[in-house]
Design a protein around this ligand. Structure first.
Ligand SMILES: C[S@@+](CC[C@H](N)C(=O)[O-])C[C@H]1O[C@@H](n2cnc3c(N)ncnc32)[C@H](O)[C@@H]1O
Length: 258
């Protein structure tokens, strides 16, 4: 199965800028590591699959914390960025990188894992019900009995209500005078399902000379409640939900007898 929403052009184009989508990338890495270590405490987690590793926001701190990480992403640009950070932070030899998407996982990686994570709103890039079910089934099959699944996603429920068009992003000002500014314009397409398009604008430059790039990517604006139902239908149990910055973090367990 191939995802009907090919996100690679978008992520390849923004990969170089990705750390700019955080107030402070280094602080974010520390926070991600701490948050995941807290979730994994007392769950016997050693080997982790990061199924949408992007630039390594979770993979890098997990490797720094000595977890064994297999990191997968379909975007060659994002994977390159993650490998660059892994080298910079001295953890390249602790991570196995693979290029692929949620559907190619069973042929790409060696199960079982103690935990599977997909953070950073990757799951809502899947558009069809059967794609979402397929991805969650793959995560389930790749986990050992008692293993932990962690999904980080925007809860689109309030978005569906308000359908915002303009969403501010980030502003960075560097010592050399360069500036980085980002914002989104969202489009909402009625249908079954409703589809949301994020148009991301990145403005860079200094001293009155600025350049803007615009890239778009599609989402199925899922609510966390919808995902919880599919998790339970897939066989997961103990599904919980907590806030983390702009995401909600869903944690679920594969039953010991699963
Ligand atoms: C916003 S990034 C998040 C990356 C990282 N986990 C983080 O939190 O910074 C979303 C990632 O999902 C990946 N992605 C998109 N569609 C995917 C799919 N079908 N399977 C796996 N990953 C996907 C993209 O390539 C991108 O790197």
């Amino acid at each position: 199965m191939n995802a009907i929403n090919d996100t690679n052009e978008f992520y390849d184009a923004i990969a170089e800028h990705y750390p700019m989508f955080y107030r402070d990338w280094e602080t974010q890495l520390e926070r991600e590591g701490l948050g995941l270590r807290t979730i994994f405490r007392n769950r016997g987690v050693e080997r982790i699959l990061d199924a949408s590793c992007g630039a390594g926001a979770q993979t890098i701190p997990l490797a720094q914390l000595n977890y064994k990480v297999v990191a997968v992403d379909p975007s060659a640009g994002m994977l390159r960025k993650a490998q660059e950070f892994a080298t910079r932070y001295g953890v390249a030899d602790k991570i196995q990188f693979e290029r692929g998407d949620f559907f190619s996982l069973p042929t790409l990686v060696q199960a079982p894992f103690d935990a599977v994570i997909t953070r950073g709103n990757a799951l809502p890039h899947l558009i069809l019900d059967e794609e979402i079910e397929h991805a969650l089934r793959n995560f389930y099959d790749l986990l050992r009995p008692g293993g932990t699944l962690v999904i980080g996603m925007r809860d689109f429920a309030p978005f569906m209500e308000d359908r915002p068009r303009f969403i501010p992003g980030f502003v960075h000002q560097f010592d050399n005078g360069d500036e980085f500014v980002s914002f989104d314009i969202w489009e909402w397409h009625d249908g079954s399902p409703v589809i949301a398009t994020q148009n991301l604008y990145i403005v860079t430059g200094c001293a009155g000379k600025y350049e803007t790039i615009k890239r778009h990517v599609m989402y199925r604006p899922l609510s966390t409640d919808e995902v919880k139902v599919v998790l339970l239908e897939t066989g997961f149990e103990e599904v919980s939900d907590q806030p983390n910055r702009w995401e909600r973090v869903l944690v679920a367990r594969k039953p010991l007898g699963g």
